[in-house]
Design a protein around this ligand. Sequence first.
Ligand code: IMP
Length: 423
Amino acid sequence: MITVVLGTQWGDEGKGKVIDYLAEDVDIVARYQGGANAGHTVVVNGRQFIFHLVPSGILYPDKVCVIGNGVVIDPVSFLEEVSYLKDNGIDVEGRLFVAENAHITLPYHKLLDQIEDRFRGKGSLGTTGRGIGTTYADKFNRVGIRAVDFLDDDIFRNKLDIALELKNYLFREYYKEKMLNKDKIYEEYKEAREGMKGMVRNTSLYLHDEVEKGRHVLAEGAQGTFLDIDFGTYPYVTASNSISGGACTGLGVSPKKISRIIGVVKAYTTRVGMGPFPTELDGEEGDNLRKTGNEYGATTGRPRRCGWFDSVLVKFACMVNGIDELVMTKLDVLSGQEKIKIGVAYEFGGEIHNDYTFNSKVFSNCSVVYEEMVGWCDDIGRVKEYRHLPANAKKYIERIEQLIEVPISKISVGSSREQTISK
Ligand code: IMP
């Protein structure tokens, strides 16, 4: 059986904590897309862990973690994470696997990502600069290097040759940058190739066999629905399919094996990087949410843009992902707000839009139709049962459920595992 967990907004919904919470009841946690652009923060017994590539399920000593073929892997970042885990007493031996057919991010991907985003000028996407889009571009351009190729001496050298021929031409002729040296990269990555050797395998076969044996797999998406390459706010998106469908192509599992889809939704909205954001709050209101919610990127440290909950977006996310239930995070951050708003529709050119639209003219320039609700002042960080939440907090949750037509089954009111309420 496979359960998929993913973000329903622009990422940073708090999936790390939710996955960590859900991981207790599964056997395997498998990541299906994204790369070292993601940042999952988990707090266990007062200790904070930030993961970029390794699924946060690794914190449970009996869980197996898989990095699927849909993920792009920066070996340096990956092995740093592995040694950080080892230094913290977490043994990954025999329980952390990387897909043979996952693509590898190399120095030229990162360099090109940063240069390209600079050259976009006014159209800059504000990428994380981790070489994500450029690694996926090479994959689709069929000049990528997969983990299985990376480990094979001859294949790696050959593929590096072909890839660098193209990249160095771009660096030299177009971007007027220094060229990269193939032998230097080859030497620099010797240790990383050695380090990854025991972990690379056919994870599609492995997952298939484990599911057949009755094991429960939690498939985790990184980023969020509106950063999805097809369904997000293109071009201000990441370069992979973060929606639930991505779990099948990013892990090599059959859609028939997926039995549950859980969405993670923040009690308000945030976004990092460029792109339209209808319910964004400028000025003091946005600053206050950022401060209270500690809204700074776990990967780049960039301040996140903050705004009100947008039910139009989340409703679409529930539809496109087929979400069965939602986990709402960071409700505690809204405590102390006198009035809380929910975006319920967009208005553009005198027309009301009740649905999310791919028309960037509308989505970038619309004004938002809001419903206003009365807030609550109590500190809710210690509340353990739904019925003990302030009445106005319950009204807020229940109104959102009505608007998006999907139940909210759990509510997180703080960063630790224990601060999770079942509804
Ligand atoms: P890229 O994924 O580095 O190519 O960046 C593309 C866009 O996705 C940028 O706006 C990033 O800020 C955003 N992005 C990428 N990963 C994350 C994430 O994990 N959380 C939130 N935003 C992200």
